[in-house]
Write a protein that binds this ligand. Structure first.
Ligand code: SOE
Length: 380
């Protein structure tokens, strides 16, 4: 008999849907001791919440997250609401002894992240931050190749995260669906929203960052605010580029924008090492490109590994070799890893709050450097 884990989800937007789907699917594909129960979904807009809850099979609803946390029949709080709500909810949930899952980025800034991480660690509750791209099988395979020493010493890391959905000056900022453009709700623009993903992947693959030097730009200075209906200053970073020095001596470049016409969710990275290189592009997510310099000279060349075989990370839980899985499965895989980590003798799941705080420190240093023009310490 599976052990039941009662989930209380906060937020019904894009991530509320992605997480709900993961809760419903994880036990269908993975053999796990724990089984989630979609106990209660919580958001302020009652009508929208009801139709969301009906659609995904949530047993009940709450319109006040404090009430959700008080409930004795909730074991785990999942935070899928906008960034400015993460801190208060995570700390209250930890203090109430609940497990906490939190959508990325961890927080508005590192100061908030420190308070959240301390509360989580003090309470000793299981926790995970949904940096879902670690669970793209091709990115997990990249981690395996690096850990197997196939690249040797790493010299370069090069990441791009490009989108194009904010180019129109008529796009409002703030409110439902558009809070990512409002710094008061999101904390920052592409740095926290997109580069946090790139940074999480990078530090997972090759280790920590010591220093950064950054430049940011806000191309459209004023936008109508959806809530107030007034034209207001835009204070998010629309684009960000930074140089990084990793603790292991590697040199890196990161670039992100929402103004790259034609790029929809172009999250790519390349790692160049002494014995080989790897390259990944989320718009072609089943492939990992690999160059192995240790092969004989006459067969040197980039291989494009179709990461769909039974030996590849996560793929033995799905279909047959050569068939693909999707974006939503990165959340299924992450949640399955979380449930697995609750079983006896298993290591805590990663990335946890402490890992996400490391990313948050780097984001803060990037934003600081963009203002000061100087190299900034990224360690916090
Ligand atoms: C922004 O457009 C966004 O939805 C991010 O918030 C997600 O984290 C990213 O995975 C896709 O793009």
């Amino acid at each position: 008999m599976a052990k039941k884990l009662n989930i209380g989800l906060i937020g019904y937007g894009f991530m509320g849907r992605a997480h709900s789907n993961a809760f419903l699917k994880a036990n269908q594909f993975f053999d796990l001791e724990y089984e989630p129960v979609l106990k209660a979904a919580c958001a302020r807009n009652e009508d929208q919440l009801k139709s969301f809850a009906d659609n995904w099979g949530w047993e009940s609803t709450e319109t006040d997250w404090r009430r959700l946390i008080e409930r004795d029949d909730i074991d785990c709080i999942d935070i899928g609401s906008p960034n400015n709500t993460h801190k208060e909810i995570a700390i209250a949930a930890a203090e109430a002894g609940k497990m906490v899952l939190c959508e990325k980025p961890l927080s508005m800034d590192a100061a908030e992240g420190i308070a959240m991480t301390e509360a989580i660690e003090k309470a000793g509750v299981a926790n995970m931050v949904w940096f879902n791209y670690r669970r793209v099988p091709a990115i997990s395979l990249a981690k395996q190749l690096v850990d197997e020493g196939r690249l040797g010493r790493v010299f370069h890391y090069r990441a791009l995260y490009l989108q194009d959905w904010t180019i129109s000056p008529d796009l409002p900022q703030g409110g439902e669906g558009l809070w990512r453009l409002d710094a008061a709700i999101a904390g920052s623009g592409v740095t926290g929203d997109l580069l946090a993903h790139s940074i999480d992947t990078a530090i997972w693959l090759i280790g920590g960052v010591d220093k950064v030097s950054a430049a940011t730009e806000t191309f459209i200075k004023e936008r109508e605010h959806q809530v107030t209906g007034k034209k207001q200053e835009v204070t998010i970073d629309d684009a960000c580029m930074f140089l990084a020095r990793f603790s292991n001596g590697a040199l890196a470049t990161f670039e992100s924008t929402r103004y790259a016409r034609g790029r929809k969710n172009y999250n790519t990275f390349e790692v160049n090492g002494e014995h080989g290189s790897i390259h990944f592009n989320l718009e072609d997510p089943h492939r990992l490109d690999y160059f192995d310099n240790r092969l004989d000279d006459h067969v040197h060349g980039w291989q494009s590994i179709h990461v769909t075989d039974m030996e590849h990370p996560y793929m033995d839980h799905y279909w047959v070799p050569g068939t693909t899985i999707g974006y939503e499965h990165t959340f299924v895989n992450a949640f399955a890893d979380f449930l697995k980590s609750l079983e006896d003798g298993q290591d805590p799941v990663r990335p946890n709050f402490r890992d996400a705080l490391e990313t948050q420190h780097i984001c803060d240093a990037v934003l600081k450097s963009a203002k000061t023009g100087a190299w900034e310490n990224a360690k916090g």
